[in-house]
Design a protein around this ligand. Sequence first.
Ligand SMILES: Nc1ncnc2c1ncn2[C@@H]1O[C@H](COP(=O)(O)OP(=O)(O)OP(=O)(O)O)[C@@H](O)[C@H]1O
Ligand SMILES: [Mg+2]
Length: 470
Amino acid sequence: MNQEMRAIPQEWHEQIISLLAERIVVTDCSGIILYINEAYCEFLGTTVDQAINRPVQDVIENTRMHIVAKTGKKELAAIHPINGSEMIANRFPLVIDGEIVGALGTVMFRSPEEWRMYKSKIQHLVEELKYYKTKVEKELKSKYHFQDLIGESPNFLATKKLAERISASHSSVLLIGESGTGKELFAHAIHNNSQRASFPFVAINCTSIPEHLLESELFGYDDGAFTGAKKGGKKGQFEIAHNGTLFLDEIGDMPLSMQSKLLRVLQEKEVQRVGGQKSIPIDVRIVAATHRDLEKMVKEGTFRQDLYYRLNVIKIEIPPLRERETDIPLISRTLLKKLGGKFFRKGIELGGEVQQRLIEHAWPGNIRELENVLERAINVLDGKTIEVSHLPLYLRDQEVGHELQSQARVDQTENHAVQVLPLKETLAKVEKEALIQALAVTRGNKRDAAKLLAIGKTSFYEKCKLYDIR
Ligand SMILES: Nc1ncnc2c1ncn2[C@@H]1O[C@H](COP(=O)(O)OP(=O)(O)OP(=O)(O)O)[C@@H](O)[C@H]1O
Ligand SMILES: [Mg+2]
């Protein structure tokens, strides 16, 4: 325990230093070499005896050690050309009692060969990373099949049958459904059930791509199409999806100018890259999806009628969850199994009261909302059964609502005054609750929440501020 600290023997220092940094030099504050190791001397074509006590500039070409010893400013990872090869140099001032007494320098990569070795090792890793990235992307591309679409209610089964039947056709498909009803799942399933299954499934979300990038994203660009364009140009998603399926998600959010360009491609069956002359023939099947009322948009002039007709060859309307409430217990069980696997929590069940609650709820965010509610419940759950107390407030509050109402009735019969709040306050309460509920559905995504509530983003932000929400 109380051992004295043993000093490292003097004769070890040289070896330790050489192991820590292969090439090392130490100068005093006027740049005279006080120490330099053999490895460095060997590289410089000199010997320790010849180098020591000489000005560092005379021994090491292009050195800046004497400068660092003056300025006291360290220089890290500086490129240092020596003997025709580029070395990486680190230079540190040595400060004792607040005074610069000298400088310490190291250089990496003895020879260009060594540098190349490092480079090729990193290169290798970069390539590996690229490979895994594309592999993951591929696996992300089309992973759902019709058997993953859960539901046995007659209207859902009819929808699923229709989608299965039209999978093999080449005609465009328009998927209509509220947020979270499974539009993306249907698109995947249709692709996987078609002869195009072994070709790419490319998904594009028209909302998430800035308008000025959408064109080059869809059609690609040629060399020098604009400043900053990648050399050699870039393939667009249409080209990438060749022989496969292009899923245009949120097509209702596509700007009008792009709608015309898309229409032209669908008619001509060929694309022209931005800044390019050549026409590239394209064979893709279009599956488009939206939660918007496109017919209304056509009437309002915000969606091109001719494009609407082109896309609307096969229309599939996916019913919202509240129109297939008999499916709720089955979907919940499936989701619980899936989530149970994700969180390593097997055998989680729904309590009877909870099941009833879930069936009664209107589910504006549909299956995605249900998934979020169940995931949250699993996170706050200790045992195996989800009870009402594990549900988010807005689902628990239905109970409070019922209780208040019955309480009010009791109060009335007992001739007590019922507390009635000013209408403004009641409305504010309800509005705040609606905002919180929408945010719960969209996992805190304000943009989507505003969409769900069918109000503007700015107005949504203002209201959040007003009610002090997050
Ligand atoms: N029939 C279903 N059976 C099981 N899970 C489903 C079903 N439909 C959708 N889901 C799940 O619900 C979530 C939402 O589905 P999806 O992303 O396809 O909805 P969406 O209609 O594209 O929604 P949005 O309009 O918000 O993009 C996903 O996690 C998906 O796995
Ligand atoms: Mg979607």
